[in-house]
Design a binder for this molecule. Structure first.
Ligand SMILES: *Cc1c(COP(=O)(O)O)cnc(C)c1O
Length: 424
């Protein structure tokens, strides 16, 4: 199979005899059988990424907690859990899915600025490894709820180190002006405050500065600032066990992108964390699943307006919102190669001008009924999708060697209006 494969910049995606394959499966075949739109994922790509992480951090006591918000498909979570990873969650729903997929509670960490009482209760009953606490009021409420259950809740404080991750402002989380975490200069006071509660068990410190980070030096700055606070805490007799550096490693969206590897990340943060003697936690999401996934759509119509060409496909911002809200670039290719090229806006069916997958793109010429693939769509694709314009959510397919299997059925109209029909 490898003989005539013409690989793309994303591993496990390439052309054989003019047809796009994911691993050893023809995407055209999958799309014809399952219908479109579909998200497809390469199992090998996921396992490779996990192994890169494991290998990079193997010499230091590290818990790798996959961030569910990147993609929380249960079959994918099961694959990730089976590799021994933990889970980084940000809601009760994600806790529910993490437990369903088999993640043990002592490998689950829970961040987020707005945890409800119900969600806190749920996590306390499950006995998770750590609440990553983002405000003083949250400390009080977790203590009260833990008391009710006669339990001690493990907590870490999410520190905001005021480091610019040099990424899109909507996914920068570690700056002073952002809603996340507690400012680092108030960190010492926050820990002193936390130490007063009988039903809190202080176990660590947490920071997560942003997503799609490609300048690795920002991790060093964040780690050093956080380590300084760990030393100050030690002097006060507040001893921690875990140093959680969050996630955020960037992935390749464009063929020319050069991004840091898990090894680069390990080389830069381990020396800093080592000085504190604490165990390390990292929370990669995008970098585990992003490049492993693609969104496949079908060309519905072609339309010309003067010099401007549109390729209208059956998938848009309802399935993949990143181009619309972050102006994000996703590389788009035709599933069938064509020596003739075309330049067009590749747009969805949604009634919004902001509904596009790519603007002014050169792709191999397509016709009505052909398929296109939107690459690097495994993270923040399906997990951010919606039913806008009353469109059923896409099916999801896992590819493993020569086999493929449906890991999420396509929604139908009944699913979308179920909770309204019940009331009629
Ligand atoms: C989103 C998030 C992550 C994962 O970020 P990626 O960029 O997907 O690696 C990790 N930790 C926390 C607290 C998050 O909110």
């Amino acid at each position: 199979m490898e003989i005539s494969r013409n690989n793309l910049f994303i591993e496990y995606f390439g052309y054989i005899d003019g047809k796009l394959y994911c691993e050893d499966v023809s995407i055209q075949n999958v799309a014809s059988k399952v219908g479109t739109p579909i998200y497809i994922y390469s199992k090998k790509a996921i396992l490779d990424k996990i192994n890169q992480y494991k290998e990079a951090f193997k010499d230091y006591d590290t818990l790798i907690c996959y961030a569910l918000k990147a993609n929380s498909n249960l079959s994918l979570l099961k694959i990730i859990e089976e590799q021994g990873l933990g889970a980084d969650i940000v809601s009760g729903g994600e806790l529910y899915k993490a437990k369903k997929a088999g993640f043990p509670s002592n490998r689950i960490v829970y961040a987020g600025v707005g945890k409800t009482d119900y969600e806190i209760e749920f996590a306390i009953r499950e006995g998770i490894l750590s609440f990553n606490v983002e405000s003083l009021m949250e400390l009080e409420v977790i203590d009260q709820i833990a008391k009710k259950y006669d339990k001690k809740a493990n907590i870490s404080i999410r520190i905001n180190p005021d480091v610019d991750p040099k990424t899109h402002p909507y996914i920068s989380t570690g700056l002073k002006k952002s809603k996340f975490g507690i400012d680092i200069d108030q960190g010492l006071d926050a820990y002193r405050y936390a130490a007063k509660f009988d039903n809190l068990n202080i176990i660590g410190i947490h920071c997560h500065i942003g997503s799609q980070i490609t300048d690795i030096s920002v991790y060093k700055e964040a780690a050093e600032k956080t380590a300084d606070l760990v030393f100050k805490l030690k002097k006060e007799g507040i001893e921690l066990q875990y140093f959680d550096m969050g996630g955020g490693l960037g992935i390749r969206y464009r063929p020319e992108d050069n991004v840091p590897t898990p090894k680069d990340l390990a080389d830069i943060i381990i020396p800093v964390v080592k000085q504190t003697g604490l165990k390390l936690i990292i929370e990669p999401g995008r970098s585990i699943i992003g490049e492993a996934g693609a969104l496949i759509a079908k060309v519905i119509f072609l339309k010309d307006k003067g010099d401007k060409h549109f390729v209208i496909v059956d998938s848009g911002m309802n399935d993949l919102i990143r181009p619309s809200i972050y102006n994000a670039y996703h590389h788009i290719v035709s599933v069938k190669q064509n020596s003739e090229k075309m330049v067009a806006d590749i747009v969805g069916p949604i009634c919004e001008t902001g509904d596009f997958l790519g603007l002014e793109r050169e792709i191999d010429k397509v016709e009505r009924g052909d398929f296109i693939a939107v690459l690097s769509a495994g993270a923040y694709g399906a997990s951010m999708s919606s039913n806008y314009n009353v469109r059923p959510k896409a099916a999801e397919v896992l590819i493993d060697g020569e086999k493929f299997s449906i890991i999420k059925e396509r929604e139908d109209y009944r699913h979308i209006s179920l909770f309204e029909e019940e009331i009629l």
